[in-house]
Write a protein that binds this ligand. Structure first.
Ligand SMILES: [Zn+2]
Length: 132
């Protein structure tokens, strides 16, 4: 398969999550910007929502949508969140259930459902490779 076909399949497979992300971005009145094929969304209500998560985040990925508190947060977390975009392209609709399932499984064993989550371990490893 050509790289273009693989990319298109990735967009389609992650599509339901991307659509959900766009809908949330519109509801929160965020500002949209396309960066390297990914929609980055930030704004006052986006920032407030990220701060209110169980684990407050500076950024969060949903398919080919990345929410950030502000442009600076989006820039700082770009490398890390792009790993999650790739994970959505592989896991598609199974990404969120798999991610949350592993987190709950870890928390139930009194472990760190965030830092010990393999999806996060991969993202932090790529981030560190780049020297951040
Ligand atoms: Zn992450």
């Amino acid at each position: 398969m050509s790289r273009t076909v693989v990319r298109i399949i990735g967009y389609l497979w992650a599509g339901p999550n991307t659509v959900l992300g766009i809908a949330i971005g519109l509801l929160l009145g965020g500002r949209f910007k396309c960066v390297d094929g990914v929609l980055e969304i930030h704004g006052r209500h986006v920032s407030r929502a990220l701060a209110r998560l169980i684990i407050p985040a500076s950024a969060l990925t949903m398919g080919h949508v990345v929410f950030g508190r502000d442009p600076e947060s989006l820039a700082v977390t770009r490398l890390h969140e792009r790993v999650h975009v790739r994970q959505y392209e592989i896991w598609g609709p199974f990404f969120l259930p798999a991610y949350l399932g592993i987190s709950l499984w870890l928390y139930a064993r009194r472990r760190d459902g965030y830092r010990e989550n393999p999806f996060e371990i991969e993202a932090y490893a790529v981030e560190e490779q780049d020297g951040h």
